[in-house]
Design a binder for this molecule. Structure first.
Ligand SMILES: Nc1ncnc2c1ncn2[C@@H]1O[C@H](COP(=O)(O)OP(=O)(O)OP(=O)(O)O)[C@@H](O)[C@H]1O
Ligand SMILES: [Mg+2]
Length: 313
């Protein structure tokens, strides 16, 4: 199911002050059926506020939220796992919790038993003992909250920091589950996390949000392209002395000489920088052994988006 958010605003009034605080400002994005969209941003950027508005838990100050282009939303198609809150009942066992949420949200009773057991197994939730959920570890509770969200077989899934507090193996398990929900079952997934490796491996598209604004959006490849760098890794045959004039225009780092090869990294700063370096090599008949543009990782792209936008209100 297609989820569309159009010009969403959320303004809070500050206690004892006439000033309003805009937590979310003019945010628009769309998530197609089967797509995984990740919202990234520093603490307090407005990610959870956006998720809560989509989930219908807080009312937007203005803007539209559409499911399949319709403003008449049927919240039955949506499930959310919210940050911090483990939406499970502590006195019930994990299985009872899943039965409870399934009943509450109208899952046909003949499906409940099978679905609950399958989810407990798939997410490797420790439910063997007739143990109350309050005895579960933090990570287990998080996985149970995800299972409770999935029991209704939602078309739209909102996950606010789904892997917070879970161990490495569980995080991988949750990651694979999210991937299969989107790619095999066609669910639309909106995800927030501070774990950029998770986003790199999972998200089809990313929105970067800062101070309530969506400052960048695109596929991971697109974002890496937008935030261009001109960093190169070069290896030259023989002992190569960096020309003095280069030091004025470029930034040279990590010069190493080994096995009769000089290796260094250069930040050409501009698009045309590399051509003057190549010209120099050719004029001086130097043998290039290796030349490669350094690729950004998502973390660098993310941080650079914030730097380039900082100062913009
Ligand atoms: N009920 C509220 N009243 C006033 N301000 C609020 C309220 N809820 C959130 N805010 C403020 O709105 C801003 C956005 O908060 P939000 O929880 O959406 O951030 P976030 O991007 O999810 O951050 P984090 O990465 O820390 O989870 C913050 O400055 C927060 O203090
Ligand atoms: Mg949050």
């Amino acid at each position: 199911m297609d989820l569309k958010v159009e010009a969403l605003y959320k303004t809070y009034s500050k206690p004892l002050s006439k000033k309003k605080f805009e937590a979310v400002k003019n945010i628009s994005f769309e998530i197609a059926t089967g797509e995984i969209y990740a919202l990234l941003g520093p603490n307090g950027a407005g990610k959870s506020t956006t998720i809560k508005m989509i989930a219908g838990l807080i009312t937007p100050t203005s803007g539209k939220i559409l499911f399949n282009n319709s403003a008449h939303k049927n919240y039955q198609v949506l499930s959310a796992v919210l940050e911090g809150s483990r939406n499970v009942y502590w006195r019930l066992t994990p299985l009872e919790n899943l039965h409870y949420f399934a009943n509450l949200r109208g899952v046909p009773s003949r499906q409940i038993k099978e679905k609950s057991e399958l989810l407990l197994k798939e997410l490797e939730i420790d439910a063997k003992k007739a143990n109350q959920s309050r005895h579960l570890s933090r990570g287990m509770l998080q996985k149970l909250a995800i299972a409770a969200a999935l029991i209704t077989d939602p078309q739209i899934l909102l996950l606010d920091e789904p892997t917070l507090g879970v161990d490495v193996a569980s995080a991988r398990n949750i990651k694979e589950k999210i991937r299969s929900l989107a790619k095999k079952e066609g669910k639309s997934v909106l995800l927030t996390t501070h774990q950029l490796d998770l986003v790199d491996q999972l998200a089809d598209r990313v929105g970067i949000i800062q101070n309530g604004n969506l400052v960048r959006e695109g596929t991971i490849e697109e974002l890496k392209k937008i935030s261009q760098n001109y960093l190169y890794h070069i290896s030259i045959q023989g002992k190569f002395k960096i020309p003095a004039e280069w030091k004025k225009i470029f930034i040279i780092t990590e010069i190493k000489y080994h096995s009769e090869i000089t290796e260094f990294e250069v930040d050409c700063k501009t698009k045309t920088g590399m051509s003057s370096i190549l010209e120099y090599f050719s004029k001086n008949k130097l043998d290039i052994i290796f030349l490669q543009k350094k690729r950004d990782n998502l973390e660098e792209v993310f941080l650079r988006s914030l730097e380039s936008k900082s100062g913009v209100a």
